[in-house]
Ligand binder design. Structure first.
Ligand code: PGA
Length: 252
């Protein structure tokens, strides 16, 4: 049994004051939902304030990125050692990091190794661009992202990693994939590669989320798919009603 996860990626939104306000709206609704792991991933500057508000709740905290070194002369970076005191989850390899900040499968790999070493639970994002999709390279791209991103990792326990399938053409565009399409990518590409790398029990036990323009009104279409175990939500995670609605759909 894979326990579903609904994670909110706030991206570069919300000052501390705004974050406090949003969390105060989210907590009562999210707290009441059982059977789903609920995660919010605010910007670094909000983590301490949000952590304080989530204390004693069943809602978990995540970061959106990290450096791979535990410390060092890396101006402007945040280390896994720093995050381990504050969060349980960390998003790694989001397409915006890959597109705008030059992250490669190799840097993703270093970050994953380091996150695991520091006891963080990484949410590894994979997904093809529109151009890759239209030139029928979805399989090739996702296989490469998984093989290179997960290279040299020794994984046995499927609860130590989460994968998010986020087709880049669906992120922030209002043009979500269909549940059926996302399910087939997970079933035909993602789980088979994970099985090859880490064995069948791992591949069957790992949670795979869908991300890309998920809203409360369409969430059930994804959660009713057998291979999809939740969602990574961007824009809609900034609206309490929407994020609570999505989480309720995951529990249903
Ligand atoms: P979106 O973003 O829900 O706004 O499309 C998803 C994501 O970037 O994780």
């Amino acid at each position: 049994m894979r326990v579903p996860i609904v994670a909110g990626n706030w991206k570069m939104y919300k000052t501390v004051a705004e974050a406090r306000h949003l969390v105060s709206e989210l907590v009562p609704g999210l707290q009441a939902i059982a059977g789903v792991e609920k995660v919010i991933c605010p910007p670094f500057t909000d983590l301490l304030a949000v952590r304080a508000l989530l204390e004693g709740t069943n809602i978990q905290l995540g970061a959106q990125n990290m450096h791979w070194e535990p410390s060092g002369a890396y101006t402007g970076e945040i280390s896994p050692l720093m995050l381990a005191e504050l969060v349980r989850y960390v998003i790694i390899g989001h397409s915006e990091r890959r597109t705008y900040f030059g992250e490669t499968d190799q840097t993703v790999n270093r970050k994953l190794q380091s996150a695991l070493l520091h006891g963080l639970l990484p949410i590894l994002c994979v997904g093809e661009t529109l151009e890759e999709n239209e030139s029928n390279r979805t399989r090739e791209v996702i296989e490469r992202q998984l093989r290179d991103g997960l290279a040299r990792l020794d994984l046995n326990d499927p609860t130590t990693l989460v994968i998010a399938y986020e087709p880049v053409w669906a992120i922030g565009t209002g043009r979500a994939a269909t549940g059926e399409l996302a399910n087939s990518v997970v079933a035909d590409i993602i789980r088979p590669v994970l099985e090859e790398l880490f064995g069948a029990p791992f591949a069957q036990g790992v949670r795979v989320l869908y991300g890309g323009s998920v809203k409360a009104s369409i969430a059930a279409e994804f959660f009713s798919q057998p291979e999809i175990d939740g969602a990574l939500v961007g824009g809609a995670s900034l609206k309490a009603e929407e994020f609570i609605g999505i989480t309720q759909a995951a529990a249903a």
